[in-house]
Design a binder for this molecule. Structure first.
Ligand SMILES: Nc1ncnc2c1ncn2[C@@H]1O[C@H](COP(=O)(O)OP(=O)(O)OP(=O)(O)O)[C@@H](O)[C@H]1O
Length: 625
């Protein structure tokens, strides 16, 4: 490599700094002393930009004007030794390097440069940066409780485990450090929809973000990989699936980035999937332990809203994190603005009229109260724009229910894995935009994690979902603006039996498949000895208990399931307090006696159910995955 180098002059020098316009990002260090300097120079470019607290267009070489803006708004004086050297190839500016080595008190090299750089600024600079970046890049005025602590721990280089309620704002906890830190953050995410939502939001904030997944066109994939290959990617966050992390090509590229000291963090979003899916249909989750083994000093952040103690420990051991040094932030799962209730039903009675009456009641309250109607009109909202999601387990219900609602004048659309991509995109985008005709989405579980619409006023489960975690996750799509929202679960004993029978069949199928793979020796093994299987059984049983229970606050039952000591303690002691946690935000706290009455009236008797069971009424298997 050959090229020119020009040292930028300090701010008190009146003439603008000279900057090479060539493709400085493509400088490829190899193991020569000169090229150590190149690595350092690129790193210093990043540092410099951060010192200047300005987001420069990262697809262009730094130009004089942009750098001067950075200088103008820099909070701290930028030491002369940090003046960067813009490069086009090899660097021969030994004085600059020596000055920097003295300043950093460390020799500059492939790894030491980035270590020294991250050690250098100290917590003060970062605290300032955090607030600045929050406002300037993410457009938010304040941190939510604990976000600052989590972000600080991440920036200090710790492995971090974050468990927090749905809509807490977990994504910011890795996105903000990714913008502040040097290098690239790899985000491992289980679902396309989740990735696409986050990527779109980050692009809106002018952050250089990419994703590689099954839908990424070849040309974009090649561009992203070329960016990694240079060792100093300009991409700040790259979203990939766990499956992609298994590919040799991607692993090779990650190593290159790591060797250049530019792999700043790995974030694993929805980390409970490691435990819930990794043991059966998405084995790639369990291979993620490779990351810690290969990049031991790269911090990992795991984020989830739904992990029991067993799932947490499974995640930690699968990822080979050290529990002794891991910083865990286990926050309450409580969502005080969600109003949980269970409505009882039996197979012999259609519960659609009950739901329709409830929804029409809201519409009429919104339009018949003149003050509220005026308020809505001022906000340019329709009385019928009561945004909601109805979850069903079956595709056929999904289509039929949406059609039935439309006949009754409710703007409803289906969403399930059988729709074309264009239909799904249209239904989702129009629902998010509050378009008339798209107020209610009737969805299978294909619509869940990652849906972040602020004004979802209700989430209804048409039947008991497949797991406690799924229920909490899906209900958590409601009320993300912090306003009161209803979470209604229609529960019937026939659905209970059906769900149990499905689970049993699924587990048997898996057990046999596993036995076939392992040889006959395993064929008779008790499936409950497998912690993942036992976890699934416990999950559905706990959800059934939750539905049948008429002696406990629903919020408290959720806290109890997730082992949420904070939420339970608050409820127990009345601190912060019993009232704030629920008050009337669940059917038990609202009227326990009425709950008991409704349950007695609504549910089919156990005798009736057992007759149905014997007649094989619960044998269908058409869940939408
Ligand atoms: N400090 C903040 N101030 C204002 N809004 C915030 C803040 N942090 C996050 N948000 C917003 O909160 C919403 C929820 O954030 P996010 O999607 O990251 O939640 P989450 O914790 O991942 O939830 P879930 O587990 O349900 O997906 C987003 O719209 C996000 O922009």
């Amino acid at each position: 490599m050959s090229g020119t180098a020009s040292a930028l002059r300090p701010a008190n020098d009146a003439s603008p700094p000279a900057v090479c316009a060539a493709d400085w990002r493509k400088a490829r260090p190899v193991n020569t002393p000169e090229n150590w300097v190149i690595v350092w120079c690129c790193s210093q470019t990043s540092i410099f930009l951060r010192q200047g607290r300005v987001a420069l267009p990262s697809d262009q070489p730094p130009n004089s004007e942009a750098l001067h803006v950075a200088i103008d708004i820099a909070v701290d004086p930028i030491p002369a030794s940090l003046w960067l050297v813009a490069i086009t190839g090899s660097i021969h500016n030994v004085e600059t390097r020596a000055a920097a080595e003295t300043h950093l008190n460390t020799p500059i090299g492939k790894k030491t440069s980035s270590a020294a750089v991250s050690a250098m600024p100290g917590p003060t600079r970062r605290l300032v940066d955090i607030d600045f970046t929050l406002r300037r890049v993410f457009g938010k005025t304040t941190f939510r409780p604990s976000q600052r602590e989590i972000i600080t721990a991440a920036l200090e280089g710790h492995d971090v485990f974050v468990q927090a309620a749905t809509s807490f704002g977990k994504s910011l906890c890795f996105q903000l450090p990714a913008v502040i830190d040097l290098g690239i953050t790899i985000v491992i995410s289980p679902l396309l929809a989740l990735m696409n939502n986050q990527v779109a939001a980050l692009r809106d904030a002018d952050i250089t973000v990419e994703t590689i997944n099954s839908t990424t066109p070849y040309s974009i994939k090649s561009r992203v990989l070329a960016d990694l290959e240079c060792g100093h990617p300009r991409t700040r966050l790259l979203y990939v699936t766990p499956e992609y992390c298994e590919s040799d090509a991607f692993r090779r590229h990650l190593r290159t980035v790591y060797d250049h000291g530019q792999l700043s963090r790995i974030a694993i979003d929805e980390a409970h999937c490691i435990s819930e899916w990794g043991h059966d249909f998405r084995k790639a989750f369990t291979a993620l332990g490779w990351l810690k083994t290969t990049f031991p000093d790269v911090p990992i952040m795991c984020l989830t809203a739904t992990a029991t103690a067993r799932v947490r420990s499974d995640i930690i051991s699968t990822l080979r994190l050290d529990p002794a040094t891991l910083k865990s932030f286990l926050m309450t799962t409580a969502r005080p603005n969600l109003h949980y209730s269970v409505r009882f039903k039996s197979d012999t009675k259609d519960h659609y009229p009950d739901f329709l009456a409830w929804l029409r009641g809201i519409h009429s309250r919104r339009s018949s109260n003149p003050v509220r109607a005026a308020e809505l009109s001022a906000l340019d909202q329709r009385p019928t724009n009561v945004s909601g999601i109805i979850y069903t387990l079956y595709r056929r219900d999904c289509e039929a229910l949406a059609a039935r609602l439309v006949v009754d004048g409710i703007g409803a659309k289906p969403f399930h894995a059988g729709l074309s991509a264009a239909e799904k995109d249209d239904h989702l985008a129009s629902w998010v935009a509050n378009t008339p005709g798209y107020d209610v989405i009737v969805a299978t579980t294909a619509f869940g994690m990652g849906i972040d619409k602020d004004n979802v006023r209700f989430v209804v489960h048409w039947q008991i979902p497949k797991s406690f975690e799924g229920y909490y996750q899906e209900a958590g799509r409601a009320g993300r603006d912090g306003k009161a929202s209803a979470c209604i679960l229609y529960y019937g004993r026939e659905d209970r039996d059906r769900a149990q029978s499905m689970l049993q069949r699924e587990l048997l199928r898996k057990m046999h498949a596993r036995a076939r793979a392992a040889g006959a020796a395993d064929a008779d093994a008790d499936p409950m000895l497998d912690p993942a299987v036992a976890g699934r059984v416990k999950s559905i049983q706990s959800l059934i208990e939750y539905c049948e229970d008429t002696r406990r606050c629903r919020h408290r039952a959720i806290c109890r399931y997730f082992g949420d000591e904070v939420g339970l303690a608050e409820r127990e002691t009345g601190k912060a307090g019993a009232v704030a946690l629920c008050d009337v935000a669940c059917d038990w706290c609202r009227d326990a006696a009425d709950l008991v009455r409704r349950k007695d009236r609504g549910l089919a008797s156990e005798e009736w159910c057992s007759t149905q069971r014997e007649q094989g009424a619960y044998d269908e298997y058409d869940y939408d995955c």
